[in-house]
Design a protein around this ligand. Structure first.
Ligand SMILES: *[C@@H]1O[C@H](CO)[C@@H](O)[C@H](O)[C@H]1NC(C)=O
Ligand SMILES: *[C@@H]1O[C@H](CO)[C@@H](O)[C@H](O)[C@H]1NC(C)=O
Ligand SMILES: *[C@@H]1O[C@H](CO)[C@@H](O)[C@H](O)[C@H]1NC(C)=O
Ligand SMILES: [Zn+2]
Length: 531
């Protein structure tokens, strides 16, 4: 019997809410008919040679997939079996009934349902290695930011464009109302007293979070989402514009990573300015080093934080040049912490990499590792041309590469040069690039065993966990129905292998991860009574 057969080996969940009696009978009928067809298939006089070739063809293609080379021991196989029964239940329920397939829907519409599944629970227990693509100002849940940072004393806010409080500044000396500044604690009290029943905290949350129960109607265009997204990054820096608040924020972030099974992170951005525009970045780098070492005292298997410092695509060319020089200097000053350079901002509307080539190509810059955001677009031969420059500039990794599949020569260069793709499925969906995650272009990268890692970009803005939700979507949506624990294991290991850690650091990290993985397998066996 062909191994890819569609036979429903598992029962359809009786809890299928939308499954009315008539449909259920139809479903049974469908199952019975497919069984009959299958049995007929092998006694139908099809030449055995054809069936053998077919079987071999499928075996070979399956062996080309990401994770196919992973081996599982007996205990892992037990966990894998349970995981795959759960996966098949979800797939079959969706295929044969009206039960929606969660990974095919918009994340905002199914987030809670995803969280109630055993697969998500197991993934959230899993040591997932590192996250290699994150933005420094969106790594802590917004609840915490609002409940903690906006309640600190001496905080002022200013409206921008007459709408809602946007800009923030800490100041020991009172800032003047005539200059547009409001004392946040007074403003909060005032709003609580007024008949408008929205509290200041609710205003903050609705201004910053991209989350909405009705994403397709709330955001009519990709620029609707990007505008809100970009506003967030103009607003939040004021709340972490002192070394004290940046430290509070970082400590909270580390706790969140650790709790989600993330043991290492690489952050984009990293420049820190105080309320008056004074550059605190060097102090911040020292702070990060100190806080991480401190965190490691209580969490010895946390492997650290590194930075890929960033320029922005709305910079003028001289500004970008200056930023490149600063990053070079910081790489020399903090060699363990600062690992390279990226350029960020909405690709469709800002300058392309091409615009900055003079700043990027210099003899002494050839040592500068690049980690460009490139091809985070749905257009072809538009902003995706950034991919061409990313490969010609010998990028170490590419952020997103969403459009890369449309460029055969770029794909070839990515493969030949060993460039790693940082895939971020939920970010891509939230920003409007993909609807049904089974159609995410990285489904093809997984099928081709391309070098890739799964990251979460700005998970706090859509109320996701650091990595569990993106892992779930990858496993259930981008992966094949039959991709199993080996895919997840491979993704975790890739995140260490393709990080900017030194080879000595990687060796330590891999040991630690393996120990954690063993514990994870034991924990799942116990929790789900699989032994
Ligand atoms: C802000 O307002 C609160 C509440 O009225 C007050 O206690 C605090 O002193 C004010 N802060 C400044 C810096 O004026
Ligand atoms: C706010 O007030 C309006 C009108 O009084 C009411 O319809 C609405 O439910 C209230 N919202 C909340 C969150 O209390
Ligand atoms: C990229 O690498 C190739 C091959 O090593 C080299 O010839 C080329 O000069 C590099 N390009 C840049 C911009 O460093
Ligand atoms: Zn990004």
């Amino acid at each position: 019997m062909p191994s890819e057969s569609n036979s429903p080996r598992v029962a359809i969940p009786s809890s299928g809410r939308s499954l009315i009696a008539g449909q259920f009978v139809m479903t049974l009928l469908a199952i019975a008919m497919s069984l009959v067809a299958m049995l007929a298939g092998i006694t139908n006089g099809i030449p055995q040679a054809y069936l053998d070739r077919r079987k071999e063809f499928i075996r070979e293609e399956t062996s080309m997939r990401l994770g196919a080379d992973m081996k599982l021991n007996f205990r892992e196989e037990l966990v894998n079996h349970y995981l795959m029964v759960q996966k098949e239940l979800a797939v079959e329920a969706s295929r044969l009934t009206t039960e929606p397939y969660l990974a095919s829907r918009h994340f905002f519409q199914v987030k809670e349902q995803i969280e109630s599944t055993a697969i998500f629970d197991i993934i959230s227990m899993m040591p997932k290695g590192g996250i290699l693509h994150l933005h420094d100002a969106s790594i802590v849940p917004l609840d915490w930011v609002i409940k903690t940072l906006t309640y600190l004393p001496d905080l002022y806010t200013k409206e921008r464009e007459g709408i809602t409080p946007r800009q923030f500044k800490f100041s020991k000396t009172p800032l003047r109302v005539t200059d547009g500044w409001r004392n946040v604690s007074e403003l909060r009290a005032e709003m609580a007293m007024s008949d408008k029943n929205r509290s200041l905290d609710e205003v903050f949350m609705s201004e910053w979070s991209l989350y909405t129960p009705d994403p397709y109607n709330t955001y009519k265009s990709s620029n609707d989402m990007w505008n809100k997204f970009s506003d967030y990054f103009l607003t939040i820096p004021g709340l972490r514009s002192t070394l004290e608040t940046a430290e509070m924020y970082l400590r909270e972030a580390l706790k969140g990573f650790y709790a989600d099974g993330v043991m290492y992170v690489e952050l984009r951005d990293g420049d820190l300015f105080d309320g008056d525009g004074l550059d605190l970045t060097d102090d911040y780098m020292c702070l990060v080093d100190r806080v991480v070492k401190d965190f490691q005292k209580t969490h010895p298997d946390f492997m650290g934080v590194k930075f890929i410092l960033t320029g922005y695509r709305f910079f003028s060319e001289p500004m970008m040049q200056e930023q490149v020089d600063k990053v070079m200097a910081r790489m020399r000053k903090f060699p363990d912490l600062v690992k390279g350079f990226d350029m960020d901002s909405h690709e469709d509307i800002n300058h392309r990499i091409r615009f900055y080539l003079n700043a990027l190509i210099k003899d002494d810059k050839s040592v500068m590792p690049f980690f460009f955001h490139a091809g985070e677009t749905a257009w072809t031969q538009g902003a995706d041309m950034n991919l061409v420059d990313a490969v010609l500039l010998n990028a170490t990794r590419i952020g997103h590469g969403f459009a890369a599949l449309k460029h055969p020569k770029v794909m070839q260069a990515i493969r030949d040069q060993g460039i790693v793709l940082e895939i971020q499925p939920i970010s891509n969906q939230v920003l409007g690039l993909v609807d049904d995650q089974r159609n995410h272009p990285a489904a093809s990268f997984i099928a081709n065993n391309d070098r890739l890692v799964i990251s979460s970009d700005d998970f706090a803005l859509w109320d996701a966990l650091p990595l569990s939700h993106d892992f779930y979507i990858t496993f259930m949506g981008l992966g094949a129905t039959k991709d199993d624990l080996r895919l997840l294991k491979k993704l975790a290991m890739n995140s260490i292998e393709y990080s900017t850690m030194t080879s000595a650091e990687k060796a330590v990290a891999m040991k630690i991860w393996q120990r954690r993985w063993k514990i994870f397998i034991d924990d799942v066996l116990t929790k789900y009574h699989l032994l």
